[in-house]
Ligand binder design. Structure first.
Ligand code: ADP
Ligand code: MG
Length: 158
């Protein structure tokens, strides 16, 4: 039985999507796993850049499409591990890396194109679906599915 909390936010700019990521980053305590889904260009990496900012990561965050995984150390003492499985058919050795970072309580994990690792994800991942809308090029609807044990991430939101 699912007791996840569903929360929806609309954004009208990449800055607004970045700001949502930043907010979630600053509310993160470590151990969170964010699973991002959208079409190409939906805003997953934009969201992740905001999340990194919220974790106190000052350097540039670039899409790990070619390297599959990039790790960044934040000022907050938390580390961001960003995975992108877009180019892989099989998680291979990166699947083991993923399992390792997920076991680390000081790690915040973000996964783009998580289909191939779907079966090995922790149960308490935060699932974030970003969809374009018919309202305009920069409009997005962000649907968050937050396990109750991660409800602190929604603090202060309507
Ligand atoms: P993905 O990682 O999902 O492929 P990116 O974050 O790399 O997507 O790219 C999203 C693109 O869409 C960027 O060029 C960004 O500027 C643009 N964009 C326009 N409106 C929005 C919005 N509301 N939220 C996020 N990105 C937006
Ligand atoms: Mg991306």
């Amino acid at each position: 039985m699912s007791t996840d909390i569903m929360h929806e936010i609309k954004t009208s700019s990449s800055d607004a999507t970045y700001a949502i990521g930043e907010r979630l980053g600053s509310l993160s305590k470590g151990g969170e796993c964010f699973v991002l889904s959208s079409d190409l260009g939906g805003g997953k990496t934009t969201f992740t850049k905001g999340l990194a900012k919220g974790l106190g990561i000052s350097g540039p965050v670039t899409s790990p499409t070619f390297t599959v995984n990039r790790t960044y150390q934040g000022d907050s003492g938390l580390t961001l591990s960003h995975f992108d499985f877009y180019r892989l058919d099989d998680p291979g050795v990166v699947g083991h890396e993923l399992a390792e970072v997920e076991a680390d309580p000081l790690m915040v994990t973000v996964i783009e194109w998580a289909n191939i690792v779907r079966d090995v994800l922790p149960e308490d991942c935060i699932h974030i679906q970003i969809d374009r809308t018919a309202d305009g090029e920069d409009e997005r609807i962000i649907r968050m599915q937050v396990p109750t044990q991660r409800a602190y991430l929604l603090e202060g939101l309507e």
